[in-house]
Design a protein around this ligand. Sequence first.
Ligand SMILES: Nc1nc2c(ncn2[C@@H]2O[C@H](COP(=O)(O)OP(=O)(O)OP(=O)(O)O)[C@@H](O)[C@H]2O)c(=O)[nH]1
Ligand SMILES: [Zn+2]
Length: 208
Amino acid sequence: MSKTMIKNNSKAHQNGADALRENAITTMAECYRTLLESLGEDVSREGLLKTPERASKAMLFFTKGYGESVEEVLNDAVFDEDHNEIVLVKDIEMFSMCEHHMVPFYGKVSIAYLPQGKILGLSKLARIVEIFSRRLQVQERLTKQIAEAVFDAVNPAGVAVAIEGVHMCMVTRGVQKINSKTITSTMLGVFKDDPEKREEFMNLLQAK
Ligand SMILES: Nc1nc2c(ncn2[C@@H]2O[C@H](COP(=O)(O)OP(=O)(O)OP(=O)(O)O)[C@@H](O)[C@H]2O)c(=O)[nH]1
Ligand SMILES: [Zn+2]
């Protein structure tokens, strides 16, 4: 394919994506207008005039992970390297949305893997967190999806993921427990099978 054809194709692709986004914003804005009216609000008052469109754009941002894939985000940043000790990136900020109440939960994600010949660009671990957290989620599934994506990307000897999350549905409503935190983990490969490796991960996690 010629360079001009590739350029035209990607422009057409972008135009298509823009049109889909515009459609989504229009449809969602109608829903938000109905929602505001259901709350007894006057949707024609100045402060609310643009709110349906703003809220739609915000919702699309909170769920942008649906439009992203691990393959695209990794962008071939997988490198051959003879490093056979644990790689840990910890305290990666995470913002997600609880699928039960559609309110935020947020926290920190720590990802470790034990390479066997291949390593991953460090920022890609945080990008994987973005892909799966920017969707409607439960923390358990988010933890597992991140671990499996790292496993598939570099075929390591093991992957360990731990997430500490605060769920606004438990803080601001419902049981209203403002200090509660939820810890989840997924262990794959050696981190599942070898207690020493699991302990090494735990020790690294707790190190300041
Ligand atoms: N396991 C899990 N549960 C979650 C997560 N986020 C929210 N929940 C829970 O989903 C459950 C939904 O329970 P329901 O009884 O159907 O909903 P509800 O009446 O709003 O529940 P309350 O929050 O207890 O008022 C609640 O217990 C939430 O705490 C998550 O990431 N993982
Ligand atoms: Zn919830």
